[in-house]
Design a protein around this ligand. Sequence first.
Ligand code: ATP
Ligand code: MG
Length: 441
Amino acid sequence: MRLSRYFMPILKENPKEAEIVSHRLMLRAGMIRQQSQGIYSWLPLGKRVLDKVNNIIREEQNRSGAVELLMPTLQSAELWQESGRYDAYGKEMLRIKDRQERPMLYGPTNEEMITDIFRSYVKSYKNLPLNLYHIQLKFRDEIRPRFGTMRSREFLMKDAYSFDLTKEAAEHAYRKMFTAYLRTFSRLGLRAIPMRADTGPIGGNLSHEFIILAETGESEVFSHKDFVNFDIPAEDISFDDVATMQAVFDKWTSVYAATSEMHDEEAFNAIPEGDRLSARGIEVGHIFYFGTKYSEPMGAKVQGPDGKEHLVHMGSYGIGPTRLVPAIIEASHDENGIIWPASVAPFDVVVINMKPGDDACDRISQIVYGGLQTVGKDVLYDDTDERAGTKFATADLIGVPFQVIVGPRSAAAGEVELKNRKTGERETLTVEAAMNKLAGR
Ligand code: ATP
Ligand code: MG
């Protein structure tokens, strides 16, 4: 992408409304724009990061055996009257009427709708286990939307829903998602700690929140330090193996971790003082097993091997991609801007042409830009007429992992400077050596 033809509205000034660093940097880097309170557009640079986050989530959901579909944002109130949540949900639910005066709502979550889909088609235990998910916008009329897309009113959620014949099978489904979540957050460059959680309005009896530690987090959390060293389950782990999933779950729930709602002072104080971690955190995922809470009022039953009808046992599993983007920034930035983990960076490399119009600079920049694209890299080419200082500041701000700096003197000698955004290391290399290095050869 040539920067001169791109749309990346960088702000020079620090926006006053931004209280936390991720919000400030997302606005300054031209990633998002607030359209009304708690409702955002994702501008091109932000959209690229969001897509990468969604793809990692999707790959790990698929790997665990979940199946993607897409449900609408607008739902009919009838379904929610069936489950009893239409009245219970309160003011967070945005209620709408269509032209026939039919009550509708902008979905804050999808348990009812997925249960309706399930009961319409699945009649036998032979079609179980089943886990269906989508990545779709939600709306919750939060009292205090704040921190940009960290807590917005309209936000994206990956929500998955599992269906099983028995409680035991549903607990295995829960542990599969638990494992998929560990892998997902790790691939996003985050260390998320699963914490025993309250089940809240979704209801049920087994629940974990996945929390990443950050000073600006809204939750108060307490845990054992050991989590920092636990191994992440491997890519080829067997999700269908009950004992394997149990072992992952047992390991990751073997030491103390709880949010303030579930905090047990006595258990926490039993941890040696040096191993206690009392911090603030950001909830990036939340999983629940809630048994027959929805299948019962909504009549979602399957025929079991015994020939009888059984209510299905369900769980639901949420991740917030539009919250994850600022959460990643909270965890990875410096005074000059964002430092993206490679897996979610909007571009892999930015080529900075220091003197557009100079033959050597244009030629070398073009070679690097074109060459890296042919090996599958996402490359941003800064071909604008801005001052060198502005170009460097922009490249640092948007946090692309590598910068290739093409200046007139080195270009004439067939060389470029390669800068690692994270470490700040710079080295002068021949064009070929720089390209080989960036292509991973
Ligand atoms: P919170 O406690 O932060 O209000 P929640 O418990 O209401 O969140 P869940 O219903 O568990 O949220 O939703 C699943 C995931 O969706 C959360 O873990 C979070 O990543 C994301 N999420 C929830 N509310 C918001 C929001 N207002 N803005 C952005 N993401 C959100
Ligand atoms: Mg939650």
